[in-house]
Design a protein around this ligand. Sequence first.
Ligand code: GDP
Ligand code: GDP
Length: 433
Amino acid sequence: MSNIVAIVGRPNVGKSTLYNRLTESRKAIVDDFSGVTRDRHYGQAEWTGKTFTVIDTGGYVHGSDDVFEAAIREQVLIAIEEASIILFMVDVTVGVTDLDDDIAKLLRRSKKPVFVIANKVDHHQLHNEASVFYSLGLGEIYNLSSMTGSGTGELLDEVVKHFDDVQEEENTLPRYAIVGRPNVGKSSLINALIGKDRNIVTPIAGTTRDSIQIHYNQFGHEFMLIDTAGLRKKTKVRENIEFYSVMRSIKALEDADVVILMIDAAEGIESQDINIFHLAEKNKKGIVLLVNKWDLIEKDHKTTKKFEDQIREKTAPFTDYPIVFTSVTEKQRIFKAIEAASKVYESKFKKISTSKLNDVMLPIIENNPPPALKGKYVKIKYITQIAGKSPMFAFFCNLPQYIKDPYKRFIENKLRENFDFEGVPIQIFFRQK
Ligand code: GDP
Ligand code: GDP
């Protein structure tokens, strides 16, 4: 269901250069919004209309060479388990190294599609050099120059052929994913909800298991919980705990309708949380944010508001989503969290009738028309909601290309004020009529 492409390989072969190339435009947007300076290692990419998540492995680990190599091997195993497609990058200017051979060995055992990429093939003379990589025993070699971009198209044409196109599920129950950094309380929340201890531990190697899904049907709510917490991996390398949790979160997120993002009240919202938040937003998932371990915080009458403001400021411009302050251990507001998720789910799939949309929005637009550009006036004639898995609205007008972002945001805010899309990313299109 999810299309996750992981780039693996030893350091310096050019993984992050390719990653940046594939995620270019989106990365700039995210960084502007969040003000996060830390490197991001995963993001959205698109090729011929197909979107997918790209993960740049390697970036998570720092340390001595020994630690590094162990960590890289482990990341390859995690990628084999969690990603749908693996890009194994090697460096044509260096040839086959021992670590390349090690990685190839792990990949040969995997059943996932693996693409061997000979990178730094910057000019034609180097094409023949890449044939040394056939010795890795992984089949066809794709020549690439991450730096110039040459070869990217040929590679992606093949990669997208492996994507799952069918997203429809037989099961029509709402699907909520509980995601968040290690130790925020995900397992505790699930245990509190389903009322028993699952205590599932699986080693990294060998097992291939999709995210665990739990059927919840109590107190008037029925849904599937997609659990990322249950599989608590015994990673040998501490830094990989984060890598692993990110992989799981991405995967769960792609499978979900609503993402329940948990953060730890004592730690506040951190860059990884914000990255997951934006990934959910870009994937058009509903979002509920839980500030858990609220019991640990000393409070006065302003504390909640202050927390909320700080969080929303960091996720801006998307700020219209529920924040619930929970204490799983004290059983506080757990049910409220579930109700928030259900409400977001309903909003995500609701349909506003065309007549209602026009009755409400046209007068607003009349009072606040789009600013004239080059002496031309934009006339918005009518509005309709487009069918889909998340709310999309088409505004039909004479000069769609003249509508700028600030006006788009104004329109989005008015839609939100009038129709309640709390927790739901919405898309607005201006179309020629
Ligand atoms: P990573 O450690 O695998 O993520 O590698 P980087 O993306 O950081 O790249 C390592 C070095 O190789 C950097 O100096 C890049 O500029 C360089 N590099 C990456 N791709 C290419 C390429 O296609 N051609 C050449 N000549 N250099 C490249
Ligand atoms: P996970 O890694 O996200 O699944 O986190 P866990 O559910 O394993 O919780 C990590 C630790 O935080 C455990 O010791 C929990 O008992 C504790 N914890 C979870 N929720 C709360 C809470 O609301 N308040 C406090 N004080 N501790 C909590």
